[in-house]
Design a protein around this ligand. Sequence first.
Ligand code: CA
Length: 223
Amino acid sequence: MRVLIVEDDRDLNRQLASALTDAGYAVDAAFDGEEGYFLGDTEPYDIVILDTGLPKMDGLRVLEQWRRSDRNMPVIILTARDRWSDKVAGMDAGADDYVAKPFHMQELLARVRAQVRRASGHAKSDIECGPLRLDTKAARVTLNGQPVKLTSHEYRLLAYLMHHSERVVSRTELVEHLYEQDFDRDSNTIEVFIGRLRKKIPPEMIRTIRGLGYRLSREGDEN
Ligand code: CA
């Protein structure tokens, strides 16, 4: 899952980036409205955290422009504590949720998880696919109740596939949603990670659809 943080307060931006990285997200950071607008307009994010008060371009304008050009990713805005009118304006501009500053990182992370889940059609915090269960809260996967040991990149890949199970996910989509902007995006690495995952979960669950990508499915090959 790839997240964009648009926040001009460098300390807060760094804290957010580190908490989200620890939670298994690929993180891009922008420090003003123009840069944030550009990234959100050109890169596919699973979730955006957007400060409302930004230099160069106001956060609400950034959001309105994204929505006007049909950029529909979930957006959580950060607002000043006492500015209730900011929250109303933000929701009206197309925000999916808001968090008022100062906030507890755990609360923000829970809201991020909820939005990412909702956007992929899952209401519960545990996502299941056959014998696999993804605990989005603890960033853990179990197979028939037993923990599956995963590196952080393997986790990112499997978590993305589980959010989007039973549909074909292209290699490009995986590269775009699993790695930060600056990452050396060699899509062959995806194949390597898929190979490693197949050694940790029943291999028939991840089917290669030639020329299209991969599909994680409950039923494995028969599907
Ligand atoms: Ca600010």
